[in-house]
Design a protein around this ligand. Structure first.
Ligand code: ADP
Ligand code: ASP
Ligand code: MG
Length: 412
């Protein structure tokens, strides 16, 4: 008998009919004799709706604690509905909010981290044959305040519960049948991956593939939780996220392509080229709590240099203000910015053993006349910043150049 944690995302519980379908599915698993803990998200669109209400009443700046009290209600509705649907089908079930389980988190509202999970109640329920339904995305801090784990956080609840319960597998059920070489909504020729390593999945998630929340992958890697992404309502093997990096002949160099439109670029021009300048520019940015992603400092000429970096688009305006002040202080020539950028990244552990991957990427972009504005690399990824309007073209071109396209089907 296995212990399985199953997480169902927003679209999978988006209507009462779907919740009933999920209940049928859980019932089938239960009848096979496995112990089941189910984690659910809010009905699709509900979290957005709640956030919008909060914005309307608080001039776009809701108090973080109160926002958590509110958005956590989305998941509270779905756990109760699913438990009702299971009980109606003769499956004993009980629902718990994060605080009832006692999913203890730190107090960073809206982006809390899980510190520990009390498994006593859950184990007792499983022992007497109940299916336990837990609200995703939420926890409670030491003082009893409701916290939430950041958008997409139900994935992390699922994996963290699986780790705490030492489950045999954590299954993430969603509206696609696995992890694809890139977002199948953007590239119809994308292919489902049989397997992907934690390391690659972590890069994909960090670089914009929102199929799994970044923290859930971190957790799964750290505690070695067997993790699988599957379609909620279609049969299939899904994608297994694994530790092993199989050395097979067919192992592709690139496993996937990730992209995001979340960043904006800022450049400070004509900065005196002196030691300590990077610190003088980025120190005040980090003091303002703004995270910097990519950084490029150009070679100096005329004893001055240009310094470019990217931040999250939400931080663009505050970063620009901070940088303007720095520019005045340093006597720099000007500050320019651009929000119409996108970041495209190729990811794959195969890069470690292959040369020329970056140049193949640049060649494919050059063929499409796409200008590269910034580049950054790590052992298993290459990222470029390009003009946003070329994003989809770039992703498709790279998908083809790295031979990731699905074989054409008849009639294609
Ligand atoms: P859920 O509500 O179930 O948590 P999400 O919307 O968070 O679902 O995640 C599933 C979505 O992730 C898919 O519908 C797909 O568009 C998107 N996605 C982005 N990149 C990928 C990828 N590489 N593979 C599969 N899906 C991806
Ligand atoms: N309901 C939350 C969100 O929309 C958490 C989740 O779905 O994972 O972000
Ligand atoms: Mg999600």
């Amino acid at each position: 008998m296995a212990l399985i944690v199953q997480k169902f995302g927003g679209t999978s519980v988006g209507t009462v009919e779907r919740i009933a379908q999920v209940a049928e599915k859980v019932k089938t698993f239960r009848e096979k004799g496995d112990d089941i803990v189910v984690v659910v998200s809010a009905m699709s669109g509900e979290t957005n709706r709640l956030i919008e209400l909060a914005r309307q009443i608080s001039d776009d700046q809701p108090v973080a604690r109160e926002l958590d009290v509110m958005v956590s209600t989305g998941e509270q509705v779905t756990i109760a509905l699913l438990a009702m649907a299971l009980i109606k089908r003769g499956v004993p079930a009980v629902s718990y909010t994060g605080s009832q389980v006692r999913i203890l988190t730190d107090s960073a509202h809206n982006k809390a981290r899980i510190l520990s999970i009390d498994d006593v109640n859950i184990r007792a329920d499983l022992k007497v044959g109940r299916v336990v339904v837990v609200a995703g995305f939420q926890g409670v801090d030491e003082q009893g305040n409701i916290t939430t784990l950041g958008r997409g956080g139900s994935d992390t609840t699922g994996v963290a519960l699986a780790a705490a319960l030492k489950a045999d597998e954590c299954q993430i059920y969603t509206d696609v049948d696995g992890v694809y070489t890139t977002d199948p909504r953007v590239v119809p020729k994308a292919q489902r991956l049989e397997k992907i390593t934690f390391e690659e999945m972590l890069e994909m998630a960090s670089l914009g593939s929102k199929v799994l929340q970044i923290r859930s992958v971190e957790f799964a890697g750290k505690y070695n939780v067997p993790l699988r992404v599957l379609h909620s309502f279609q049969e299939g093997p899904g994608t297994l996220i694994t530790l092993d990096e199989e050395e097979s002949m067919e192992q592709p160099i690139i496993s996937g392509i990730a992209f995001n439109r979340d960043e904006a670029k800022l450049t400070i021009r004509g900065v005196p080229d002196l030691p300590g300048v990077a610190f003088k520019i980025l120190g005040p940015i980090s003091a303002a709590n703004i995270e910097v992603d990519m950084i490029v400092q150009n070679v100096a000429h005329d004893n001055t240099t240009d310094f470019t970096f990217t931040v999250h688009r939400n931080d663009y305006q505050s970063a620009q203000q901070v940088l303007e002040a720095t520019a005045r202080e340093l006597g720099a020539r000007e500050v320019v910015g651009d929000v119409n950028i996108a970041k495209v990244s190729i990811v794959g552990v195969g890069m470690r053993s292959h040369a020329g991957v970056a140049s193949r990427m640049f060649e494919a972009l050059a063929k499409e006349n796409i200008n590269i504005q910034m580049i950054s690399t790590s052992e298993i990824k290459v990222s470029v910043v390009i003009e946003e309007k070329y994003l989809e073209l770039a992703v498709r071109a790279l998908h083809t150049a790295f031979e990731l396209d699905a074989p054409a089907r008849q009639g294609d």
